[in-house]
Design a binder for this molecule. Sequence first.
Ligand SMILES: [Zn+2]
Length: 379
Amino acid sequence: MNNFTFKLVCQCGSTDARVGEFHTPHGVVHTPRFMPVGTLANVKTVTPAQLKECKAEMILANTYHLHLQPGEDIVAEAGGLHKFMNWDGPILTDSGGFQVFSLSEIRSISENGVQFRSPRDGNTINLTPEKSIQIQNQLGADVIMAFDECAPYPATYEAVKLAGQRTTRWLERCIKAHDRKDDQALFGIVQGGVFLDLRQQSARELIEFDLPGYAIGGVSVGEPPELIEKIVKATTPLLPADKPRYLMGVGTYKEMAQAVAAGIDLFDCVIPTRFARHSVALVRGERWNLKNQKFKRDFTPIDRECNCYACQNFSRAYISHLVRSQEILGYTLLSIHNITELIRFTQQMRQAIIENCFVEKFGHYLVEDSPAHADKVGH
Ligand SMILES: [Zn+2]
């Protein structure tokens, strides 16, 4: 497992925020870091070369989607995900658990695994901890995730407790099934819903397995955003300091800042590309819809100070024209800007921790009910 090390570079003097280097066989991830999502082995409308320009280091792909199309056999035949999609940086695949529990028509959940109907052809698919790991072994990402039971929100204490206990039992099976321990790091996923004692229980059980990294899962499933911070604050201190910590599915400014302050290193979210496809630019905590009338004759860049390809070369008016005409280039340019923006936000936090001014620069996100929430619609 020496192919994966987490080097703690420095820590914030007044919060649990930290700066690290996560070394993987395909390169180093400088944390805290936002990871763009490439569900079907592509970050929608953006080429790998453009992703590099956005300063993306590690990206995600989804096991559930890739299993349905094209299938892990074809990816393996191509030489694995890195070769198939021509991305030579680190890749992480999720386990499919979250998608199975949230997207699919579930037929049954048992100790063995989950049976669901394929949305592609209606066939019954059995996803078990062993199957998820086998698929992820074939896909060949640097980091793979344990198959977990993600309880819905809301759910009863008892139901969440059982899901958490099962997640631990499934983790044991994932570890046994994992065939590529040398070049793939398996991360465990803390469950426990919005119940802080269950979160802590789950974390305590997981760290017994001494894994190369840990994630907090089952958030952003519909619970009020302020609960995410509470969950993260209650859980993160229990996770080992010398391993990377990943908060799954979170990618708004405020939630990332709060999580970084609690000691989280990695984030992923579909927000930058999904918003782009809805003509929305993320600009310093605000969301701008480029279809808005006022952009029609605005010949300035989205963000004058942004060094992304979109802002360096194109105007709001041009991008507004493109998205009004539903031209793909409009979505590409907005995706490039939005991905750059969220990665830059995590890079700026990193720099602030190094310069010992994290609270000074990001403290306004840490205040309860701060107006700096990413949902703010402005301009
Ligand atoms: Zn930009």
